[in-house]
Design a protein around this ligand. Structure first.
Ligand SMILES: *[C@@H]1O[C@H](CO)[C@@H](O)[C@H](O)[C@H]1NC(C)=O
Ligand SMILES: *[C@@H]1O[C@H](CO)[C@@H](O)[C@H](O)[C@H]1NC(C)=O
Ligand SMILES: *[C@@H]1O[C@H](CO)[C@@H](O)[C@H](O)[C@H]1NC(C)=O
Ligand SMILES: *[C@@H]1O[C@H](CO)[C@@H](O)[C@H](O)[C@H]1NC(C)=O
Ligand SMILES: *[C@@H]1O[C@H](CO)[C@@H](O)[C@H](O)[C@H]1NC(C)=O
Ligand SMILES: *[C@@H]1O[C@H](CO)[C@@H](O)[C@H](O)[C@H]1NC(C)=O
Ligand SMILES: *[C@@H]1O[C@H](CO)[C@@H](O)[C@H](O)[C@H]1NC(C)=O
Ligand SMILES: *[C@@H]1O[C@H](CO)[C@@H](O)[C@H](O)[C@H]1NC(C)=O
Ligand SMILES: *[C@@H]1O[C@H](CO)[C@@H](O)[C@H](O)[C@H]1NC(C)=O
Ligand SMILES: *[C@@H]1O[C@H](CO)[C@@H](O)[C@H](O)[C@H]1NC(C)=O
Ligand SMILES: *[C@@H]1O[C@H](CO)[C@@H](O)[C@H](O)[C@H]1NC(C)=O
Length: 440
């Protein structure tokens, strides 16, 4: 072990090859590439020689025989002169040196120097260094791996800072910078970093705290999606229902972003849908849906038999399937939905605006109309049903089933005051079904 380190790091540099020249050029900020290359070229790894000494005499490798040795490390240190940017120059030159061994020795020495300079704690520097090494064809894989692991660990260390902060909105400029820099690299880096990050923070912070903080982890939707999906897979969360629910909420918030579909790649979107309850999957992906009474299969929403009001009716797939339109708007520019039927002459499920004034009152103001009408969908805990609130005011909720309000053989649906939703949950929650398979 000691021997191989020695092999790599120490070179016989004949002093007569102009160390003075080298030091002059580096200290005068006029580092001349060809001079430095000549110096690097002049260093001699003497691998054969070292081996011969070791094998034949049993002596430790010693280079002090005829010429004073100088470690490549010290040459590189002098050249870099505490300005890491100059490491780049050395890296460029490495591709031009005489032998592969020398090349490897230069990479190792640069890595050592980076550590000496404490830059090992700076993920941005490590990321630059790693990216450059990776582009070279002949960097020894174990060295690449070492640099990569250091990059992952120091990134995780930095990204953990916001998770320990008491305020959700504290700003960490370096964290932002690192996350932005990471968007230029493959998502695999982020995956490894997140795993290391979760190792650290889940040991120190509560699951729920981590989930909540992760909701605003990054401005980049891809990174945010990846982070939440990965956290959901962690064993720590498997038995923690509260944290799990909060995480589902994070994912829903993501889906509600207007740019989610265009920004996040398709495969990642599918992973999100796969993690969510059925009602989410249907709301976010289905082309057509049917809405029906949760407990009664004779309770599908569509146009009444005689009037242009909307009723609950027997199951008839063509009549019951509504195209689902998605949009953003309403009070908080949130995700909202509209239901239109090609069977019913392209009419929408439409709410005629009106105010609920008396307590516990209902209003029969749901029509089949050709004007669009937007609804918020609040997914219920069972994961298969939704409550629909009118998006314009969020003051009405769509309900049905109370026979008092049915007449002339029509089972009219109606609205209640949204604030009374909790008292009328049985009347105001609808099973949502994927009816995309139904042709017109
Ligand atoms: C350093 O360079 C300057 C000119 O760039 C030269 O005059 C001087 O002799 C050099 N010093 C050594 C030690 O080579
Ligand atoms: C070194 O030279 C470059 C131009 O070649 C200059 O931009 C830089 O400021 C110089 N650095 C020092 C420390 O003199
Ligand atoms: C760099 O050094 C080489 C020879 O060592 C010389 O020919 C060349 O002119 C030098 N270039 C500069 C910019 O000093
Ligand atoms: C260094 O060695 C390489 C490979 O033998 C050669 O192409 C290059 O010209 C040498 N450079 C100098 C400055 O000696
Ligand atoms: C390096 O050492 C070998 C012998 O091990 C010798 O043949 C070669 O000339 C040396 N090269 C330089 C540049 O000193
Ligand atoms: C070689 O070096 C090691 C440590 O540097 C020392 O313990 C060992 O005795 C040396 N062996 C010889 C043969 O000098
Ligand atoms: C978000 O990050 C991904 C890669 O992680 C990148 O491809 C995408 O361009 C970034 N989006 C924005 C808006 O910066
Ligand atoms: C909508 O925004 C208001 C104030 O801007 C806020 O109080 C309310 O909680 C938001 N509602 C939702 C569902 O985000
Ligand atoms: C509902 O009440 C608000 C104020 O309380 C009023 O501005 C609005 O016009 C009313 N809407 C309807 C449809 O009666
Ligand atoms: C569903 O049917 C039950 C039983 O008929 C009824 O009590 C309930 O109000 C209905 N709910 C809806 C949303 O239609
Ligand atoms: C709409 O009202 C319901 C019930 O009052 C509430 O749970 C929901 O957060 C509201 N949504 C918005 C966007 O304000």
């Amino acid at each position: 072990m000691a021997f191989s380190v020695c092999l790599v790091l120490f070179l016989a540099l004949p002093l007569k090859h102009g160390l003075g020249l080298f030091i002059n050029s580096s200290s005068s900020n006029s580092s001349n590439n060809s001079e430095l290359l000549a110096i690097l070229n002049a260093t001699n790894l003497s691998v054969d020689l070292l081996l011969r000494i070791d094998v034949m005499t049993g002596e430790n490798a010693s280079l002090t025989t005829t010429e004073t040795p100088l470690s490549l490390e010290s040459i590189i240190r002098a050249e870099i002169n505490r300005d890491w940017e100059r490491g780049r120059l050395v890296l460029d030159l490495a591709s031009m040196v005489r032998t592969v061994q020398l090349k490897h020795a230069i990479y190792e020495a640069l890595w050592l120097e980076l550590q000496q300079m404490q830059q090992i704690y700076n993920p941005l520097k490590l990321l630059d260094f790693y990216t450059e090494l990776e582009q070279l064809s002949d960097v020894p894989p174990p060295l690449l791996e070492k640099v990569y692991q250091a990059l992952v660990q120091s990134s995780a260390q930095l990204l953990s800072a916001p998770f320990h902060a008491s305020s959700q909105c504290a700003i960490f400029p370096l964290v932002t910078q690192l996350l932005q820099r990471l968007t230029l690299s493959t998502l695999d880096y982020l995956k490894d970093i997140l795993e290391a990050l979760f190792n650290v923070i889940l040991a120190l912070e509560s699951n729920l705290g981590v989930v909540q903080r992760l909701g605003s982890f990054s401005d980049n939707l891809t990174q945010l999606t990846q982070a939440n999906l990965q956290l959901q897979q962690r064993p720590e969360l498997q038995l923690d229902e509260q944290a799990h629910r909060a995480l589902v909420q994070n994912l829903r918030t993501l889906l509600e972003q207007s740019t989610f579909i265009e920004e996040v790649e398709y495969a990642l979107q599918q992973q999100v849908y796969a993690q969510l309850p059925e009602a989410d999957r249907i709301l976010y992906t289905a082309q057509k849906v049917c809405l029906r009474n949760v407990s009664d299969a004779y309770g599908y929403i569509y146009e009444c038999p005689q009037t242009y009001l909307i009723c609950t009716n027997a199951h008839d797939p063509r009549k019951a399937s509504y195209n689902l339109q998605r949009g953003h708007g309403g009070l908080n520019n949130s995700l909202q939905f509209a239901f239109y039927s090609s069977y019913w002459n392209n009419h929408y499920i439409f709410l005629e605006p009106s105010n609920h004034t008396a307590p516990n009152a209902i209003i029969k103001n749901i029509y089949s109309r050709d004007a669009i009408n937007w609804w918020y969908a609040v997914i219920q805990e069972d994961g298969t049903s939704v409550a629909l609130f009118d998006a314009a005011t969020n003051s009405s909720v769509l309900c049905g089933g109370d026979q008092q309000y049915w007449d002339t053989g029509e089972e009219h649906v109606y609205t209640r005051n949204a604030e009374e939703f909790a008292n009328y949950r049985r009347e105001c929650v609808w099973r949502i079904e994927d009816c995309s398979y139904i042709e017109k």
